[in-house]
Design a protein around this ligand. Structure first.
Ligand SMILES: Cc1cc2nc3c(=O)[nH]c(=O)nc-3n(C[C@H](O)[C@H](O)[C@H](O)COP(=O)(O)O)c2cc1C
Length: 197
């Protein structure tokens, strides 16, 4: 995704949330005070503040997250709580839509990577992952989703406690499916960069 965007002229900042020390929304409600109605930036002062500032100044935000126990990672969840709540309001417009503090469109996308194949019983369906997509669309702008299934989790499966995943099938998926998924991610970066030209 980063390459696709960069190769089409976008200035991309890749951020690894695991290197930042931050928490999810603490319900301080400073962002929802009437006097802060114009400020879409979370008021909590920790490492995430500079990341959130960059996000609201950008033309597009892409969030990549592994699926952990059927949901987005806790870091992605904490980040999204802070990003979304400060830009969101409990004010409805005449059509009944929530009023966002973001006044320009910031395109968004979610990339989900997961171990399971689409067919496995453990997978509860893409629907369970669409909730953040809805909020991102309402508060920032159109949100695309990219689902990457059947990722190869371990380099050497024989070192780990496992009889659920067939190492040979995982290797095949890495060789055949993963390049296709990377191509889709490249295309996503390309589209986002082009749409902001
Ligand atoms: C704590 C934990 C929970 C996981 N839960 C799921 C799950 O519910 N469904 C799934 O498909 N994969 C699950 N996985 C596997 C990851 O989603 C998968 O390996 C993903 O591709 C991680 O990408 P990464 O290893 O490149 O960070 C889990 C992995 C960990 C570490």
């Amino acid at each position: 995704m980063v390459e696709g965007a960069k190769n089409n002229g976008a200035d991309v900042k890749y951020i690894d949330l695991y290197t930042y020390d931050f928490k999810g929304c603490m319900s301080c409600f400073a962002c929802h005070l009437k006097k802060n109605s114009e400020n879409p930036l979370c008021f909590w002062k920790d490492d995430l503040k500079e990341v959130l500032q960059l996000c609201i100044e950008s033309d597009a935000i892409v969030i990549g997250t592994p699926i952990y126990y059927g949901s987005i990672s806790s870091s992605a969840q904490a980040f999204l709580e802070r990003l979304l709540f400060a830009a969101d309001t409990y004010v409805l417009d005449e059509d009944g839509n929530r009023v966002s503090k973001i006044k320009k469109e910031i395109k968004t996308a979610m990339i989900y990577t997961m171990n399971v194949t689409k067919e496995m019983d453990y997978f509860n369906g893409e629907d369970q992952l669409t909730i953040m997509r809805g909020y991102l669309t309402a508060i920032f702008g159109e949100c695309e989703s990219l689902y990457v299934y059947d990722t190869k989790q371990f380099k050497k499966y024989d070192l780990y406690l496992n009889n659920m995943f067939d190492p040979e099938l995982k290797e095949q998926s890495k060789e055949v499916q993963f390049p296709k998924d990377c191509k889709k991610a490249y295309g996503l970066g390309e589209r986002l960069a082009m749409s902001n030209k």
